[in-house]
Design a protein around this ligand. Structure first.
Ligand SMILES: Cc1cc2nc3c(=O)[nH]c(=O)nc-3n(C[C@H](O)[C@H](O)[C@H](O)COP(=O)(O)OP(=O)(O)OC[C@H]3O[C@@H](n4cnc5c(N)ncnc54)[C@H](O)[C@@H]3O)c2cc1C
Length: 503
């Protein structure tokens, strides 16, 4: 019997885990995938929104503002990357000026600090690459950029250090309230531990947090008949440009919002790339995260209104994320339905969910601690050192690290300058990386211009050695996404081909 069972280890579930870890409670986090943040959390714009956009009085407005306030301190305490670079919402003609004035009024009503209209001369001085047609912009100095995966990892690792258990490859199939206790039927897939793989069981908890993103509507339907949230996956596609263009803009540049949302942005990322996107198109299922020619062409076309000379040839990758949107009632749906006491929903958690997550996590933790009459732990680790990266070390720091362990001097990823020691640290994390993708997201080995062409074989060897598995069993992501051609049974899955003499 657990006190709290959290379904989903994205930013919402991990933030809840982080704040609950402060209390003397048994907390288990389960996730169907092989790592934290495999869902929407790692595929978004990475903006900490200032809060001018949500309708006043909504949960989105409340938690956006609170979350944006929390990010700078949390980033410092928990060692993840965040920069308050500010956002500009640009009017490209006088016809668009009323729209930014409306956003200014809305932002003031929501309580956003420092908002003002920036006129043309100052605007172009600040952002010289901006389309010369821009006439004015709403300046939101409290907007920021963050590493969403890094923030989620920081929450998860701090929670784990304080006793929260994370179990991957664990899918919540059904949820039912029996005699005041929540029974969660789970199935264990190939990403679960060997002892659990292929089995299922019923986990029991006094409280359940439904932070299952795109599956949160289905799980709410299992727990409650009072409210029905249909979650529609709405894709947002992106292009990521090489770091050579990471300083083309200093602030995050938005266009005037449309009925489909905040529109296509052009923004530096916290890692120093430039990101362009997203669009907003409804997709059939939660697995439909592919990109399309039309989608990428659309975002390029729309973004060229912001930056007329986008160097599209320097896009190093493209990707897509799915918004878990509740189309019928587009606010967040948070907390206990009236017929499901102890079942805390985080449903319809689309933008600005990344921004809002810490505020929702803190609020839920306080409400749950009160409900369970929980006290704060006598000993609680409230600080996490930022993971060390040689790319960010001074010469002296690097020399000291190599003196401590020569693995700090063994460069594995040349594009992003990642050493063997960084990869080993990620493999030994309190929430350990198990796959090549998990290493990529934690260390950036494979994130650079060559997109892992050079570093992958060494990364695989390190994973195999550290976790004691056969090299052929190392996965890219989910179980079965093997990286070597010689995996057992791999040849069975290949189409029949005529083999020549040299096999
Ligand atoms: C294109 C796009 C751009 C965005 N830009 C921004 C932005 O700039 N700023 C901002 O504030 N917000 C932004 N958002 C919104 C933000 O990304 C989301 O609000 C946030 O990531 C949602 O986090 P989550 O933890 O609720 O969901 P997820 O990250 O999807 O996590 C849910 C987790 O639950 C797991 N899971 C699902 N079903 C089950 C099950 N049955 N059993 C067990 N585990 C399960 C999944 O594997 C997943 O890990 C954007 C979203 C998109 C798609």
């Amino acid at each position: 019997m657990h006190d709290v069972l959290i379904i989903g280890a994205g930013i919402a579930g991990s933030a809840c885990a982080h704040f609950l870890a402060r209390y003397d409670l048994d907390v288990l986090v389960i996730d169907a995938e092989y790592d934290i943040a495999v869902g929407t959390t790692r595929a978004n714009s990475g903006i900490v929104h200032s809060g001018y956009d949500p309708e006043p009085g909504t949960l989105k407005a409340k938690y956006n503002i609170e979350g944006a306030h929390m990010y700078p301190k949390l980033a410092e305490e928990l060692g993840f990357e965040f920069r308050k670079n500010g956002s500009l919402i640009v009017a490209f003609s006088e016809e668009e000026r009323p729209a930014i004035e409306k956003l200014l009024a809305r932002g003031i009503e929501n309580g956003v600090e420092g908002l003002r209209i920036m006129e043309s001369e100052e605007l172009h001085q600040k952002e010289p690459n901006l389309n010369p047609d821009a006439v004015a912009a709403l300046w939101a100095p409290t907007g920021g950029i963050v590493d969403p995966y890094g923030a989620c990892l920081a929450f998860a690792e701090t929670a784990a250090r304080n006793g929260v258990v994370f179990r991957f490859g664990t899918r919540a199939e059904d949820v039912e309230l029996k005699d005041g206790i929540w029974n969660v039927t789970v199935s264990y897939n190939g990403d679960a531990t060997d002892a659990l793989k292929g089995t299922s069981e019923v986990l029991q908890a006094r409280i359940v947090i439904n932070a299952a993103g795109l599956d949160s509507g289905r799980l709410n339907g299992c727990a409650s008949k009072a409210e029905d949230f249909k979650i529609t996956p709405r894709v947002g596609e992106y292009l990521l440009l090489d770091k050579a263009h990471g300083t083309a803009f200093d602030s995050t540049i938005f266009q005037v919002p449309t009925k489909n949302g905040k529109g296509v942005l052009v923004s530096p990322t916290i890692e120093g790339n430039l990101i362009i996107g997203p669009n907003a198109v409804v997709r059939e299922s939660a697995d439909d995260t592919w990109t399309t020619n039309e989608g990428l062409a659309q975002i390029l076309r729309e973004a060229s209104k912001t930056w007329t000379k986008i160097p599209s040839w320097d896009a190093i990758t493209n990707f897509a994320g799915l918004r878990p949107t509740c189309v019928e009632s587009p606010d967040f749906h948070l907390g206990e339905p009236e017929d499901a006491p102890g079942f805390f929903n985080i449903c319809g958690f689309d933008s600005p969910g990344l921004t809002a997550a810490p505020a929702v996590g803190k609020d839920f933790a306080e409400r749950i601690a009160e409900k369970l009459d929980a006290t704060e732990k006598a000993e609680y680790i409230d600080h996490r050192d930022a993971p060390r990266h040689i790319a960010k070390m001074t010469d002296e720091e690097l020399a000291a690290a190599i003196a401590e362990d020569p693995a700090w001097g063994a460069v594995v990823c040349r594009c992003e300058c990642v050493s063997e020691a960084e990869i080993v640290e990620a493999l030994r994390s309190p929430v350990p990386a198990k796959t090549a993708d998990a290493i990529k997201w934690r260390t950036r080995a494979g994130m650079g211009r060559c997109q892992s062409g050079f570093c992958l074989p060494i990364t695989m060897q390190l994973i195999a050695k550290e976790h004691g598995v056969d090299l052929a069993d190392v996965n890219k992501g989910r179980d079965g996404s093997f990286l070597t051609f010689g995996h057992r049974g791999c040849f069975d899955r290949l189409p029949e081909v005529e083999m020549g003499g040299a096999q």
